[in-house]
Design a protein around this ligand. Structure first.
Ligand SMILES: Cc1cc2nc3c(=O)[nH]c(=O)nc-3n(C[C@H](O)[C@H](O)[C@H](O)COP(=O)(O)OP(=O)(O)OC[C@H]3O[C@@H](n4cnc5c(N)ncnc54)[C@H](O)[C@@H]3O)c2cc1C
Ligand code: SF4
Length: 469
């Protein structure tokens, strides 16, 4: 099949000047004609490199072929064999590093890879529009699994086991289920109604979700082990790292975690309609260059900031954020100070932030990650005036459950140690997956771990001698 167009089929997006005034979804998705045209670019390669580039191994040529044959329903079924949240993944997966990064079309001179993510989103959105359909359910098998957390890993595991007849109960610490999909990723990238629709599908499968339960405090791991045949821990990595530079306690310095949670989960962007204000600043500095930093910067802009500067100690080439989000941030007027590192926050006489003192950096020898290490340039200090600073420099594990369960083996980075093939922890019948085992990673990575763990739990519970009931 010939590639008739070199570039991806353009996709409609909200105009940048308009979209920075609201939280509406930026990317509007393909129409049926556009999706078909883009699907025609796929070569249906025999070697199928895109499948191996997908962390959960979706039959990408298969679903694109179905789409081409005008069966969006069949395409949805093919995707559903491997992935339970395509509407989410089609929106937030870093496709350029995964399936699209290895697509054969992208290797042809001057050609862009097939827009696999956007096609996945098209298929998933059509399926959701047609109504939330309950998959064929197996008969209840009498086995009970407790799931701690309700992010993508927990939800994926719950869905997969519920379909097979397991009784699943999810325990979530916050007042709403969804994990980072809800409290981290903003509405303009992932509308809450998409997350809600996915959760609704799980409820139709019989999954029971109890919010406001902090495992390790409200209920202990031992209690859950006594009441359930197996436990899956998917509590994410939600504790923000802070640089700990002078001035961190000034009024106006936030962690991205608090800033985004306040805006997204507590609807701070709707103040005063909702009574949880998020600080509206005129001039904002965001530290970091991952997805969390991009989201914080773009939220600040939408809350009315006149200037938002993203400060990163390495160069644009090392930026970990999704490339699409970076482009959107550029279009929205976010400024970037590359090779720049904050060294202190400066306050006024009332303890309110007024500037960030930074130092210029240059790239030295490679460090253990293989990336060139940023080194401060002597006498290069300068200040960026601002009234809000948001640190988005990474997250670590929340210790509440881990401290309460000292027999649960951790790795040297403080995450739960698991067998990567099964998610099995050091405790019998206890499995774990997602960011709490890897550190902050990706939605699809968290779902992939759930797939492996659900297969392992199923296997484990087949053997009555190994289980309590
Ligand atoms: C702002 C932001 C933007 C991101 N953007 C992207 C992106 O574009 N693409 C991408 O692929 N990835 C992105 N990520 C990363 C991705 O969201 C995570 O890798 C993924 O959500 C991890 O899933 P998880 O299920 O392991 O944990 P989480 O989504 O973190 O969910 C963990 C859940 O467990 C709950 N919990 C914690 N402790 C307890 C306890 N003791 N008892 C009960 N419940 C508990 C938490 O409240 C939370 O709901 C982003 C992350 C952030 C923060
Ligand atoms: S690698 Fe690209 S062109 Fe080849 S089958 Fe996959 S999506 Fe189609």
């Amino acid at each position: 099949m010939a590639v008739t167009q070199k570039n991806k089929t353009p996709i409609a997006e909200l105009n940048p000047a308009e979209r920075v005034t609201n939280f509406k979804e930026v990317c509007l998705g393909y129409t049926a004609e556009e999706a078909k045209r883009e699907a025609e670019r796929c070569l249906q390669c025999k070697t199928k490199p895109c499948i191996s580039g997908c962390p959960v191994g979706i039959d990408i040529p298969g679903f694109i072929r179905a789409l081409r044959e005008e069966s969006a329903e069949k395409a949805a079924e093919i995707i559903a064999e491997q992935s339970c949240f395509p509407a989410v993944c089609g929106r937030v997966c870093p496709q350029e590093k995964q399936c699209e990064g290895v697509c054969t079309v992208g290797k042809i001179k001057d050609c862009e890879p097939v827009a696999i993510g956007k096609l996945e989103r098209f298929v998933a959105d059509r399926a959701l529009e047609k109504g939330v359909k309950t998959a064929a359910l197996s008969e209840k098998n009498g086995r009970k699994v407790a799931v701690i957390g309700s992010g993508p890993s927990a939800l994926a595991l719950a869905g997969s086991l519920a379909k097979k007849g397991f009784e699943i109960k999810i325990f979530e610490a916050l007042h709403e289920a969804g994990g980072v999909l809800l409290y981290g990723i903003p509405e303009f990238r992932l509308p809450k109604k998409i997350v809600a629709a996915e959760i609704e599908k799980l409820k139709q499968l019989g999954v029971d979700i109890e919010c406001n339960v902090v495992a390790g405090k409200t209920v202990t791991l031992d209690e859950l082990r006594a009441q359930y045949d197996a436990v899956y821990i998917a509590i994410g990595a939600g504790t923000p790292h802070m640089q700990g530079i002078p001035g961190t306690s000034l009024n106006g310095v936030y962690s991205a975690n608090e800033y985004l949670t306040r805006i997204n989960l507590m609807k701070g962007y709707k103040f005063p309609e909702s009574d949880t204000p998020a600080k509206r600043a005129r001039s904002v500095v965001v530290v970091g260059a991952g997805n969390v930093a991009m989201d914080s910067a773009r939220c600040a802009k939408r809350l009315g900031a006149e200037s938002v500067t993203l400060v990163y100690r390495r160069s644009v080439e090392e930026m970990p954020a999704r490339i699409e989000e970076y482009h959107h941030a550029v279009q929205e007027g976010i400024e970037f100070a590359w090779l720049t590192n904050p060294v202190a926050y400066l306050g006024d006489e009332n303890g309110r932030l007024k500037a960030v003192r930074c130092v210029k950096m240059e790239l030295g020898e490679p460090d253990e990650s293989g990336r060139r290490r940023p080194v401060p340039v002597k006498d290069s200090e300068f200040e960026i005036p601002c009234d809000l600073a948001v640190e988005a420099i990474g997250q670590g594990p929340n210790r509440i459950l881990l401290d309460e369960a000292p027999d649960l083996a951790l790795n040297r980075r403080g995450y739960i140690e698991v067998d990567p093939e099964t998610g099995k922890t050091s405790l019998s019948g206890v499995y774990a997956g997602g960011d709490i085992t890897t550190g902050a990673a990706t939605v699809i990575g968290a779902m992939g771990a759930a797939r492996r763990a659900s297969a392992a739990i199923e296997e484990y519970l087949k053997n009555p001698a190994e289980t309590k009931k």
